[in-house]
Design a protein around this ligand. Structure first.
Ligand SMILES: O=C(O)COP(=O)(O)O
Ligand SMILES: [Mg+2]
Length: 225
């Protein structure tokens, strides 16, 4: 890897597609939302490639895909309320932790790294999801898509997370599943490693500019300190 793993002091870990396979939750919540509004369902594959850029992006694109035209602001706001109610009602019930995640987080902690979770998911969805999957205890900080002024791929949330961790970006590894994570990391000056099993906006993940790729989070190979 072109960065020195022994110089790492912290890691920032993405949630959807990196730690938890949440596609099922997104499908159920969006389908409930569309039913409430009386719009046709959208395909699971469409949802998979639309995840990762936050709820507003997901809802706007789902409404446009279903109705064949971009939603009005009033329609968007109504849909957002319905989506939130559905998502919070089923959060984590159709989602599983990917193999190797708990082991990988344990290894990072054993190597002396501080950990933060940074997702584009709203914080009110992310916190109970991490808790219900037994992953909350690994993280000193959890930040969502609404925690800062801008979301990934903007570097701002990574820079703010480094600030909270008290580590320089060059010593803070971003672990994600998408070009969104990699672009934010590059712009923030963080090394970045991507998992190969997540949701990369429907594109092959190995084509993304990153410092390395992992088939499981516990294959990073950091030694204990
Ligand atoms: O788009 C979302 O809601 C979540 O995406 P992320 O956890 O991969 O950042
Ligand atoms: Mg992700």
């Amino acid at each position: 890897m072109p960065f020195n793993p022994t110089s790492l002091q912290a890691a920032i870990v993405d949630l959807d597609g990196t730690m938890v396979d949440t596609l099922g939750d997104f499908v159920v919540a969006l389908t409930g939302m569309l039913d409430d509004i009386g719009l046709p369902h959208v395909e699971r594959a469409f949802i998979e490639r639309t995840i990762g850029k936050g709820s507003e992006h997901l809802i706007r694109h789902t409404l446009a895909q279903s109705a064949g035209e971009p939603p009005s602001q009033a329609m968007f706001e109504h849909a957002w309320q319905r989506y939130q109610a559905h998502y919070l009602g089923i959060n984590g019930q159709h989602a599983d932790v990917f193999p190797g995640v708990a082991e990988g987080l344990q290894q990072l902690r054993a190597a002396g790294l501080k950990l933060a979770c940074l997702t584009n998911k709203p914080l009110s969805f992310a916190q109970p999801l991490l808790a219900s999957k037994g992953l909350d205890g690994y993280f000193s900080f959890v930040f969502g898509g609404d925690s800062f002024e801008r979301k990934k791929p903007d570097p701002l949330p990574l820079l703010k997370t480094c600030e909270a961790l008290g580590t320089a970006p060059a010593h803070t590894l971003m672990l994600g599943d998408s070009a969104n994570d990699a672009q934010a990391a590059r712009a923030a000056g963080c090394p970045v490693v991507l998992v190969t099993y997540g949701y990369n906006h429907g594109e092959p993940v190995r084509e993304v500019d990153a410092d390395g790729f992992l088939d499981r989070l516990d294959q990073l190979g950091l030694s204990r300190r």
